[in-house]
Design a protein around this ligand. Structure first.
Ligand SMILES: NC(=O)NCCC[C@H](N)C(=O)O
Length: 431
């Protein structure tokens, strides 16, 4: 067997996986336990395939300068490694899942179908083009996007003749892949593989489905899928916060619907340790598209909060618990502080406002993901350096802050939490 770099791994060692002492390759019982293993995606040529015409549909507000974005991302990865986390790359994990011909073939067929091709000349040409590649090159090519000029096209294909002749891509690039948080989310010893809201991101979670089912590190290891991607209702990982080993917070947002929230709560209540889901409604707009853009947990009793969601101290929230006969009970509440104290059994809570609640600084720093902190241990976070007012606030509240460089990465509207998918964290002492 080969890994993505072509190195031969003896078959007997293929399952000799590094779970950091846990029985499952996925182990996430909090937002803040010491980070041991995390999945990232280094921004690649998919970023350079953004144009002014496509960037808004592809959910970008500007086009990052790739060499600098890569330098910043490497700095982020190094910060995580220097602090004891193993960094795995999505593209390598996906490539290592597609070594078998049959699986690779099935993956390509599904990816092409989800990209709008089924049968026909273009479908066949794309399939042949991709299957001739080694898995890693194939994965990178799909992520970067395929132009009409990349393959020999028979222009008699009716499908292409009826399309916009000037549009350069057959397969759109996936520039949001570096936000690994969203297509899937680890919860306990399982994960949700998400049906995402916008077409621009919907294919992303197919990589995770193949990784969980076919990468030797995860396949046949008993990883639970709490909710798969075959749904009409939508959920994204930026809205899924694991507050403890039995409490989740889930945003009801531009990207996550109340239906999907109820659906995953039902599965968690029936099949896992989770008995509480707090649904938190946030404004539905691009700047605050997920709960983690306005609210993150950074210590046992400390959170970052964007002041604009506080709405005079009132937020619509619903506390869900398992009810009788598989039903769910739901209680409407509006006091965030009280709800968090109650579900986390804390007597005091510290909500740290982004930008020190200043009416100019707070929205500016939130826009650049000043609320989107990644906890790497209780009271220890990674943040963007550009949000210096919020960072200072965190330090004043006793948090250890590791700043990472951020001029280009932030143009995608996501910060350190969005750019990471933790798969193993140590348990908390009080869990
Ligand atoms: N968890 C997050 O908030 N992720 C950031 C995603 C940004 C991306 N451009 C998007 O709009 O989906």
């Amino acid at each position: 067997m080969h890994n993505s770099t072509g190195v031969i791994i003896p078959e007997s060692h293929a399952n000799d996986v590094k779970n950091f002492g846990f029985s499952s390759p996925i182990h996430i019982t909090s937002e803040i336990g010491k980070l041991r293993s995390v999945i990232l995606k280094r921004p690649g040529r998919e970023i350079e395939n953004l144009t002014p015409d496509t960037m808004s549909r592809l959910l970008f507000d500007d086009i990052p300068y790739l060499p600098i974005a890569q330098k910043e991302h490497d700095y982020f990865a190094q910060t995580l490694k220097d602090n004891g986390a193993e960094v795995l790359y999505l593209e390598n994990l996906a490539a290592d899942s597609l070594n078998e011909g049959e699986i690779k073939n099935e993956f390509v067929e599904r990816m092409l179908q989800e990209s709008g091709f089924k049968d026909g000349l273009t479908y066949s040409a794309l399939k042949e083009y991709l299957l001739a590649m080694e898995p890693l090159q194939m994965v990178n090519t799909i992520m970067e996007g395929i132009r009409k000029t990349d393959i020999d096209l028979n222009c008699k294909d009716l499908r292409l003749l009826s399309e916009d002749a000037d549009y350069p891509f057959l397969l759109d690039p996936m520039p949001n892949l570096y936000f690994t948080r969203d297509p899937a989310a680890a919860i306990g010893e399982g994960l949700s593989i998400n049906h995402m809201t916008y077409a621009a991101r919907r294919r992303e979670s197919l990589f995770m489905e193949y990784i969980i089912n076919h990468n030797p590190r995860f396949a046949n290891q008993g990883v639970q899928v709490w909710r798969n991607r075959n749904h009409a209702t939508r959920i994204e990982g930026g809205d899924e916060l694991v507050l403890s080993d039995h409490v989740m917070a889930i945003g009801i947002s531009q990207r996550t619907s109340a239906d999907a929230l109820e659906d995953i709560a039902r599965n968690l209540f029936s099949n896992s340790n989770y008995d509480t889901v707090v649904g938190i409604k946030i404004p539905h707009n691009h700047a605050m598209m997920h709960l983690d853009t306005v609210f993150t947990m950074i210590n046992y009793n400390q959170f970052t909060v964007h002041p604009q969601i506080m709405n005079g101290g009132k937020i619509d929230m619903w506390i869900l618990h398992p009810g009788q006969d598989g039903r769910i009970t739901s209680e409407h509440r509006t006091d965030l502080l009280e709800v968090l104290k109650e579900v986390l059994h804390q007597s005091e809570l510290d909500l740290i406002p982004t930008g020190n609640s200043d009416p100019i600084v707070a929205p500016r720093e939130q826009w650049n993901d000043g609320s989107n902190t990644l906890a790497i241990a209780p009271g220890e976070v990674v943040t963007y350096d550009r949000n210096y007012v919020s960072n200072e606030m965190l330090r004043e509240h006793g948090i250890l802050v590791h700043e990472v460089i951020s001029s280009e990465l932030s143009r995608g509207r996501g910060g350190p939490r969005c750019m990471s998918m933790p798969i193993i964290r140590e348990d908390l002492e009080t869990n």
